[in-house]
Design a protein around this ligand. Structure first.
Ligand code: URA
Length: 233
């Protein structure tokens, strides 16, 4: 009986329902895969199923999404929230799932989520040197001086008192470029182009460290495996 309590607590933590709701689910036979003698009734409850499906990943989950435009990286703002694209029970998990930093509502591309607070802080720490690559479409043609300004390590954003770390600029067209950042300040790419007299019309994050959107259409997501997670450091 003690073991079943451990399982109901675990399932409640994964967002399958309140402890009471999960206990009811057990009574109704919705939980399967429990081995003889309850051998697998300990984390991570290997082989246990809920409604015939394998259980969601244990805490330490990391998700990679191809974020569509129009979704806010918030749990509470008005409008469409990015969490609406994930199974509702992911929102009820403890520890809670958060986005790794934010993308503006209009920005598309690589967005990570995790429920691992330590990993999250490591990824968003100013000390993290993980490169993120953005594809920017601009309102006006590039003039040729932007790359030097971005790489200088002295570029200041309006309202800030600390210069930006050097950033990379690869020109891909008259009004388009890839920008590589190793930090993540508020609206950073848009404000960088504003600082050099341009305006970002569209912004897409193509890469976060080694991770790309390969195989993921807009709005799709996947749970990262241990290898992907290890690559992030
Ligand atoms: N820089 C921006 O300006 N916006 C984003 O969403 C990400 C980086």
């Amino acid at each position: 009986m003690k073991d079943i309590r451990a399982l109901t607590k675990y399932l409640a933590g994964l967002g399958y329902g309140s402890r009471k709701e999960v206990e009811n689910a057990v009574r109704r036979g919705r939980i399967g895969g429990i081995e003889a003698g309850g051998k697998n009734l300990a984390p991570p409850f290997e082989g246990v199923t809920f409604d015939g499906e394998p259980l969601d990943p244990p805490p330490g989950m990391v998700i990679l999404m191809n974020k569509p435009a129009g979704y806010t990286c918030s749990r509470a703002d008005g409008g469409q929230l990015i969490y609406e694209l994930l199974p509702p029970r992911y929102l009820a998990r403890t520890p809670a799932l958060s986005t790794v930093g934010r993308l503006d509502a209009a920005t598309t591309g690589v967005l990570l989520f995790t429920d691992d607070g330590q990993f999250l802080h490591k990824l968003i720490s100013p000390k993290s040197e993980i490169p993120k690559v953005y594809e920017a479409t601009l309102a006006r043609p590039l003039e040729g001086h932007e790359g030097e300004a971005f790489a200088s390590g002295t570029l200041m954003l309006r309202g800030e008192d600390k210069p930006l770390k050097p950033a990379g600029l690869d020109v891909t067209g008259e009004r388009s470029a890839h920008v590589t950042l190793t930090e993540g300040r508020y609206h950073q790419v848009r404000r960088m182009f504003a600082a050099v007299g341009n305006h970002v019309e569209a912004l897409h994050r193509a890469q976060f460290g080694p991770l790309t959107l390969e195989g993921l259409a807009e709005g799709e997501w996947r749970i990262l495996g241990a290898d992907d997670i290890a690559q992030l450091g």
